[in-house]
Design a protein around this ligand. Structure first.
Ligand SMILES: NC(=O)c1ccc[n+]([C@@H]2O[C@H](COP(=O)([O-])OP(=O)(O)OC[C@H]3O[C@@H](n4cnc5c(N)ncnc54)[C@H](OP(=O)(O)O)[C@@H]3O)[C@@H](O)[C@H]2O)c1
Length: 289
């Protein structure tokens, strides 16, 4: 059985990934903190000494690097911490591990002026999060061009254990009859965590390397996505009010016209991304069971 080490394994993507692959691989789950009741190894990616010991003990065939400082405004406010996690963390992997790395990156490596983007479009991050993730991409590919950089965007899932899920926030706010404001000028292709996890597995099996994009089938702005959520879950969509990104006055700039084209992976992997509607219906079916 092939051995896989996952960093940041208990986050949104890691939680789904481990659920779909645990029977087929020998998994080692690591993260900065291990949630109560979960089994894993404490590994802060900023600590090269511990990383070296874990890699020596586990000797993974593949390392899936999910750990990151993912709060976009947090990165802007604490750029040194963002660099320690998102850049130095990758440096440590490059120096301590010689096997295959799959690194999850982001559409925030682009400036959002003319998305959706393909793999060959020039990068130009406009915030610290995007810049640190891009620096991580470059380090990895300079270290070994056979690593995989898999860029994704607006990953969502219904996860009762996280406060960071857009889908949870919309559903729970509307269930509590609370009005919410959602930006109508940020366009992406929202991607179900399960679709992304499956793409990761396909990429691993087919040994895809270099830079690749994965995102689900529909490009839409965040307000329209929230309306789709409300309609799918039979909630009151009139509680959702459109707002512009500028009105939010967030510390970090956002790429507005973004999203990722997936033609390359579609043809390499022979799979088609699902529609947002199909994903939301699947989630609704699971929640109601
Ligand atoms: N979610 C998206 O929309 C999206 C879009 C594009 C790209 N990505 C990329 O996809 C990857 C996974 O994202 P996600 O949505 O699963 O993020 P997430 O839910 O924020 O999970 C990230 C995980 O990394 C862990 N972590 C943070 N700092 C760490 C450190 N210094 N050492 C070890 N672990 C650390 C966190 O653990 P703690 O809870 O202990 O902090 C958390 O469990 C990230 O690399 C992200 O940049 C995500």
């Amino acid at each position: 059985m092939r051995s896989i080490l996952i960093t940041g394994a208990f986050g949104q993507v890691g939680s789904v990934l481990k659920r779909i692959i645990y029977q087929d691989y020998d998994l080692t789950l690591t993260s900065r903190s291990i949630p109560y009741g979960e089994k894993g190894i404490n590994l802060d990616i900023r600590n090269a000494v511990v990383l070296k010991e874990v890699i020596k003990a586990v000797r993974p065939d593949v390392l899936i690097h999910l750990a990151a400082m993912t709060s976009v405004d947090g990165c802007e406010l604490e750029p040194e911490k963002a660099a320690e996690t998102n850049i130095a963390g990758v440096e440590h992997i490059c120096s301590e591990y010689s096997g295959h790395v799959i690194y999850l990156s982001t559409d925030y490596v682009f400036n959002g002026k003319n998305g959706p983007y393909s793999e060959t479009d020039p990068t130009d991050p406009i915030n610290v999060y995007g810049a640190t993730k891009l620096a991580g991409e470059r380090l990895l590919l300079e270290n070994n061009p056979d690593h995989l950089i898999l860029r994704c965007n607006v990953v969502y899932d219904y996860n009762p254990y996280t406060k960071a899920s857009f889908l949870n926030w919309v559903i729970e706010s509307l269930q509590n009859k609370k009005e919410i404001r959602v930006v109508q000028d940020q366009i992406n292709n929202p991607t179900w965590a399960e679709s992304l996890a499956e793409a990761i597995v396909f990429c691993m099996k087919q040994e895809i390397s270099g830079t690749a994009h994965w995102g689900d089938a529909d490009y839409m702005n965040r307000y329209d996505f929230a309306i789709k959520i409300a309609n799918t879950f039979d909630l009151n969509a009139s509680l959702i009010k459109p707002i512009t990104t500028a009105e939010l006055k967030q510390p970090a700039q956002r790429p507005l016209n973004s999203g990722l084209k997936t033609d390359y992976l579609k043809s390499r992997l022979g799979i088609t991304p699902p529609t947002v509607e199909d994903c939301l219906l699947s989630i609704r079916g699971r929640i109601s069971k």
